[in-house]
Design a protein around this ligand. Structure first.
Ligand code: EPZ
Length: 417
């Protein structure tokens, strides 16, 4: 098992280039299944989740060519195949082949998807919407199986602006008979990017980024190409680590408006942040102020940044409160932060953080990818050395994590034990 050894106390400084968005790529790749010709994606991050998704697509008959951070996916000849259990369990995003395969083949079978330990993560919103479009579901032997001779357009109102359900339903609707309208749709930048990619294939999608998305079904989709949008969560994570180490860094390849809620919260804590030539500069104040945060669907404060900001707040004098409204179990990092000396109390979906004088290095374990990033953040602040286990979670979402941090001056090393 691989671990990180991190020695705290060094301020980060210098430049870091943000890579393509993991959560964008994980929907653009299944979208390639809709196209009868080859698609090209550029600035694709090297992540284990991307590797897993590529294995899912090749199991289904897609031809994949990968060259560094560029990808060609040719789904001209798809075959019905059950998504392998190991892949489905290791990555919840495997459920994003549901819509494309129903639209393209009229048949799909996927084991109940896994992901990380941040909650039950049901798929009722995906299934209800696809049923309204005419799909028939059976679930047995731990698999979801769906069939549809030809999906038809429907008017769907999501109970919750689920990112995955919005993505699955948009993709399914592109080849359905008639028009589909999705109300209470998720508004994340990844949805806008998916719309642009699908429209480049010849789809007719409008309204992504708003609560209502309208899709007019077409007969076929051709190839397209797309440069993947920068990863707003990777960017936010490095911004927090710069503040945690009282450093200052410049982030290249960032879209500031995708990060507005995070930037506003960090400014509230006292961070100095400037947009300059296509990037963001962030500098730490002498003393940070405590902040309260509540995770919300985009454009609210992202749940994927909750753990990292909580880690930052553990050394800020005063009381900070973090409320997690998106996932029911996204506080697994709290126990690990307390092992390093943090003072955090949980009350249901709220964590109360009392700033302490210092954290001490310890052996801690990541429980999901953002929790892993939070533990590295805490280790960069702590006195002495920390060992962080289960860093395979971090490899799911952060490309060249230790290399980028070491280039910024951090003392971090990957070891195999
Ligand atoms: C996407 O997950 C992201 N993953 C997550 O990022 C992110 O945290 C999440 O959106 C919220 O922004 C990818 O894009 C690959 P949801 P997704 O459907 O689509 C409940 C990371 O760290 N729900 O918006 O699975 C669900 O249980 C990862 O990069 C239902 O109840 O999120 C959860 O509580 C973690 N029924 C909430 O909605 C459903 O049918 C949000 O889920 C679907 C979801």
């Amino acid at each position: 098992m691989e671990k990180y050894v991190v020695v705290g106390g060094r301020p980060l400084s210098g430049k870091v280039r943000i890579g393509g968005s993991k959560n964008s790529v994980l929907t653009l790749l299944p979208a390639c299944l809709l196209a009868e010709d080859a698609c090209n994606l550029y600035d694709v991050p090297n992540l284990s989740d991307v590797e897993n998704m590529l294995q899912v697509l090749s199991t289904l008959g897609a031809a994949i060519k990968k060259n560094q951070n560029s990808l060609t996916v040719d789904a001209g000849r798809l075959q019905f195949e059950t998504v392998p259990d190991r892949l489905a369990r290791s990555m919840r995003a495997s459920n994003l082949v549901l819509g494309p395969l129903l639209a393209r083949l009229g048949h799909v079978r996927i084991p109940y998807p896994g992901g990380c330990l941040i909650g039950s993560r049901p798929m009722d919103q995906h299934i209800r919407g696809l049923r309204l479009m005419g799909a028939e579901f059976t679930d047995r032997y731990g698999c979801i199986e769906a069939r549809a001779k030809k999906l038809k357009g429907a008017e769907i109102c999501l109970d919750f602006p689920s990112v995955g359900a919005t993505e699955n339903l948009i993709m399914a609707a592109t080849l359905a008979q008639g028009t589909t309208i999705i109300h209470n749709a998720a508004r994340e930048p990844e949805i806008v990017e998916l719309q642009n990619f699908l429209n480049a294939m010849g789809a007719k999608v409008k309204g992504a980024g708003s609560n209502t998305v309208r899709i007019e079904g077409v007969d076929r989709l051709g190839g397209a190409e797309q440069v993947v949008t920068p990863d707003r969560i990777e960017a936010g994570t490095y911004m927090v680590m710069a503040l945690a180490t009282k450093g200052q860094i410049f982030l290249e390849n960032v879209i500031p408006e995708h990060l507005e809620a995070v930037t506003a919260k960090l400014r509230e804590a006292g961070a100095r942040i400037q947009e300059e030539n296509g990037g963001l500069w962030i500098g730490s104040p002498r003393r940070l102020k405590p902040v309260d945060l509540k995770t919300m669907p985009y454009p609210g404060f992202p749940t994927d940044m909750q753990a990292q900001v909580m880690a930052l707040m553990t050394l800020v004098k005063g009381t900070s409160i973090a409320t997690e409204t998106i996932f029911e179990n996204r506080f697994q990092h709290v126990a690990e932060l307390c092992r390093m000396g943090a003072n955090i109390r949980l009350e249901g979906r709220t964590a109360i953080v009392q700033g302490v004088e210092s954290l001490s290095g310890a052996y801690v374990e990541a429980t999901d990818l953002r929790a892993g990033a939070a533990l590295v953040t805490a280790a960069l602040m702590a006195e002495g050395a920390s060992i962080i286990g289960n860093i395979h979670y971090i490899d799911r979402g952060y490309d060249q994590f230790e290399q980028k941090l070491a280039n910024l001056g951090a003392q971090i090393m990957r070891i195999t034990s």
